[in-house]
Structure formats: C-alpha cells, structure tokens
Design a binder for this molecule. Structure first.
Ligand code: FAD
Length: 484
C-alpha cells in the first residue's frame, strides 16, 4: 500500500455524476467541510455506468454541464471535464494534483454500483480516501425492507414505510467560496460534441437544463400546477405536472427539495394537502423504481415475472417504425410519440397509452419500446423506464394486469376531451370536430372533407383494428404459462 500524506492544502476530488447541482449536495458539502481545496470533475465515461446514454440524454448533459461550470465559476472554482475510463481518469487526476480523497454521491443502478465499488476498492488500497453519500434518493436502497428483511415488491406498503422512516435533511445552499484549487487541465464541452448536428433534431426542445432551470420549473409548478395536480396530472393538454423528471434524473434538484416545496405550499394553505401528498406519492414511484432495480438487477433485460419472458412477441419493423414516427392512425398515440420526438419528453398518461399500444395492440416486445424511450427521453432513467415498461406490460412487480388493455380511443376521449393535446401534436387533424377527433375513421366522408383530411393521404388509417388487436393480445396472453 502506498501511503499518502495529507495536510490542509492537499486537495480533494469531487467526482460529479448525476448530482449536477451546488445546493443540497452532500458530497460537495462534505468535501468543502474538510477545509481543503476542492477539485470538481465530471468524467464522460460512455459505458462506465452500464448502458450507454441515449442521444436526448446527451443533449441534456451538454447544457447541464455548461450551467454547472458557470455556477462553480461564480464560486471561484473550475469544473474539470475529462473523457475516458473513470478509474483511469481519477488516477491521472490524483497523480497530477496530489489529491488524497474522492468525494461522490452514489449511483444505485447495479452496474454503476459495482463499478464504483471496484474503483473505491482500488483507490483505498493505495491510501486514497473514498467517501460516498446519497444525494439522489429519499433513502438509500437496501434500507427499506419488509418484515422478513426482503425488498418490498408492492408500492403501497413500500411508500408507507418510506414516509414513516425517511428523514428530510436540512436545506443547504452549498459553499460560497470554492477558490484555491490547483490549476488542472480540462477538456472543453464543445469538443465533446454532445449537441446533435446534421441534423439538429433538438430545435423544439424547450428546456433550461441546470439548477436554475430546475428551481424555475419547481416554482412554476407549486404556483400554477400543484393546486390541480391530482386530476390535472392525467390531462396531457393541461400543464399540471412538474416537468421535474429530467432535473431529478440529473440531480439538478434534490427530491427532498421538490417535496419540501410542495408540502410548504400546502402548509401555507395555498393548495389542499391531498394535492401535495399525491405529488409526494409520484416521487415515491421514482423511489420504488430505484429500489426495485437495485434489488432485481436483471429488470432491464428480463421480466420480473419470468413467465412473461416466453411471451410470443411479433417482429414487425414496419409497425414499430409507424409507432416511433407517430403514424399509427390513433391520434392520441401519434400525438404522444410526436411530442416525445419534438421535445424529448412525454406526458405520463400518454406514456402509458403509447406503451400499451406497442405491447398489446402491436405485440411488440416492451424492450424495443424501452430502448426507444431510452434514446429519445431527456429524463431517460434506467430504473423508472424499465419499471414503468414492465408495469404496462404486466410483467413487473406490482404491475397493471396484462389483460387491462388501454383503449386508445376512449383514453383520448376521456383525458383529452377537448382535443387540446391531439390538435397541438397532430395538426393535420385540428379541424376534425371533437366528437371524431380520437377516431377520425368513424367520421362521415363529408365531415373529414370539411376538416381538410383525407385518410391515407393526410393522416394514416389505423394500422390495426382496436377490437381485433385486443382479441389477439388476449389470445397471446393464453400462451404465457401460469396465466391460462
Ligand atoms: P410529475 O407528475 O410532476 O411527477 C413528479 C416526479 O415523480 C417526476 O418528475 C418523476 O421523477 C416521478 N414520477 C412520476 N411518475 C412516475 C412514475 N410512474 N414512475 C417513476 N417516477 C415517477 N420517468 C422518468 O423519470 N424516466 C423515465 O425513463 C421514465 N420512463 C417511463 C416509461 C413509461 C412507459 C411510463 C409509463 C412512465 C415513465 N416514466 C419515466 C414515469 C413518468 O412518466 C415520468 O416521470 C413523468 O411523466 C415525468 O413528468 P413530471 O416530472 O411532470 O411528473
């Protein structure tokens, strides 16, 4: 073992990953409390955390790192950017700076967890201190266990236990002065080329990644969305949800801060307490997803209920392409898929509808849909994505039963009754009267003519008939052993 001498001028490394913020950042606070110079570093290690990042995530990361670098600069520090294998980069940095400690907020996905454990083991063996904290979840996975000491597999008791035991940390704004770190070479974010070019498909992305954007979005939500959250969160045409998912994923805001803001708004009498509770429960689903993945590492590739791995999926590239492009002929499905492509985000109700359509109407493997979401969502999150896809497929823990097949027509009529959402994302149907908007093929020819729509020319005929597809899905289900 090499021994490393430490004094008050020996720097410490702050290894940032998905904690791209200065406020409420436990690793940053603890690093600063040492009183030693802090070197913040972000390492672009494409496959280091397991699955390589999707294109929309990289778009977000590009902007988020620029914002973070500005925040550090305001406090007298330079954010160091390096690309490569995380362990190799850390070792180089340690040699270049003489740092004797690495502070980090933990990642809980199994592959990232194992990688981090290996790195910590190697560094500690050489006398480097490695300090890990939880900056992303309300409680550390592994700490929420049922009476028999195992992980919860059902949301409600998990959430009840979480609410009873999780302790909210005090809000912190982060150290004011981070100057004094040694000069270290950094790559530039422009060199990383994370922003798409040729073509730049991100022109309609309406986000402000970074801590300031997160705070603004939270402020908007508690002022304008929270009062009607319980009902409004199901209406894709109504801006009632927080849109915090990408900020939470990248750690630009702590989940505790979001919860505290919602609870305070309720405590001040501005919104009913039940609305804040509902919001906290949704953050609870994020937490449940992370805990499930931590305990069941094969969730991204295998059904939680193994009998579903024998499901007779269809290979249908034409139908899959129509789904990705928003050309299925079902307006609410197409609106969702186009919203996703245009903005990198899709409303939760519509995520459920489009996922159900792919899995049940088209009988296409949920893993293909999950991979598409992974590439196109700015909030792509391994735990939440696979948990939700398996929830819709009926193969997950505490999942919706497979036989519950969303009807894309009635879902549209119920949750987008005035057509605001469909008309925004499927403008070729904007003149179709509400009554036929969610099933335009049922309208009389003159109604369509007056609306300027010719099916098959301006907008596709449905690629499957709803009733036939539903019967086919239920037949397919019979082949899954244990479900007959
Ligand atoms: P709000 O309604 O404001 O909720 C607040 C926060 O709670 C969200 O930001 C999110 O962090 C969390 N949350 C809400 N609903 C869920 C949920 N069902 N599961 C887990 N966390 C939830 N969410 C992701 O963050 N990343 C994903 O990759 C992802 N993939 C999904 C795939 C499918 C098929 C489905 C049905 C849902 C998926 N979700 C995913 C969950 C959910 O759709 C989004 O978190 C939500 O739409 C984000 O919008 P919001 O921030 O306005 O949510």
């Amino acid at each position: 073992m090499t021994t490393t001498a430490t004094n008050e001028r020996t720097p410490v490394i702050l290894w940032l990953r998905r904690d791209l913020r200065l406020q409420d950042n436990p690793a940053l606070n603890h690093a600063a409390e040492t009183g030693r110079p802090v070197i913040p570093v972000y390492i672009l290690d494409e496959a280091g955390e397991g699955r390589p990042r999707g294109a929309a995530s990289l778009w977000w990361l590009d902007k988020s790192l620029r914002a973070l670098a500005e925040s550090f600069a305001e406090r007298g520090a330079s954010l160091i950017l390096r690309r490569g294998d995380s362990e190799a980069v850390l070792r180089t940095l340690i040699t270049q700076t003489g740092a004797t400690a690495v502070f980090l907020n933990r990642l809980f996905e199994p592959e990232a967890w194992a990688r981090d454990a290996d790195i910590a083991h190697g560094l500690k063996a050489e006398g480097i201190e490695v300090k890990g904290y939880n900056g992303s979840l309300l409680t550390r996975p592994g700490s929420v266990l049922n009476g028999s000491g195992g992980p919860y597999k059902v949301f409600t008791p998990f959430h009840r236990f979480l609410l009873a035991t999780a302790v909210q940390p005090a809000h912190t704004t982060g150290p004011r002065d981070l100057s004094g770190a040694p000069d270290v070479a950094s790559e530039t974010i422009d060199d990383w080329g994370l922003h798409p070019q040729h073509p730049d498909w991100s022109r309609r992305f309406d986000w402000t990644p970074g801590e300031t954007g997160a705070t603004a979005e939270l402020g908007r939500f508690v002022t304008h969305g929270l009062a009607n959250y319980g009902k409004g969160r199901d209406m894709p045409g109504v801006p009632a949800t927080s849109r915090l998912s990408p900020y939470l994923h990248w750690g630009e805001i702590s989940p505790w801060r979001a919860i505290a803001a919602a609870r305070k708004t309720a405590a001040d009498g501005k919104v009913p307490g039940a609305e804040a509770d509902k919001f906290v429960a949704e953050i609870g689903w994020r937490e449940f997803s992370a805990h499930l993945l931590h305990h069941f590492p094969t969730l991204p590739t295998h059904a939680f209920r193994p009998e579903f791995d024998a499901f007779p999926w269809r290979d249908d590239d034409v139908a899959f392409a129509a789904w990705t492009r928003g050309q299925t002929g079902y307006p609410v499905v197409d609106a969702g898929m186009r919203q996703l492509w245009a903005t990198g985000w899709m409303h939760n109700r519509v995520r459920m509808i489009v996922a159900s359509f792919l899995i049940k109407h088209l009988l296409i493997d949920w893993r293909r849909g999950e991979a598409w979401f992974w590439d196109t969502l700015v909030d792509a999150d391994l735990a939440s994505n696979v948990q939700n896809w398996q929830w819709v497929a009926g193969s997950g823990a505490d999942a919706s039963p497979y036989f519950r097949i969303f009807n894309p027509i009635t879902q549209g009529e119920k949750f987008d009754a005035d057509g605001t959402y469909v008309r925004k994302w499927v403008p070729e149907l904007r003149k179709v009267p509400d009554r036929w908007l969610h099933a335009p093929w049922t309208a009389a020819p003159e109604t369509l003519r007056e609306a300027g729509v010719q099916l098959g020319t301006h907008y596709p005929h449905p690629i499957v008939d709803h009733t036939e597809a539903r019967n086919r899905a239920l037949e397919a289900l019979k082949t899954v052993s244990g479900r007959r």
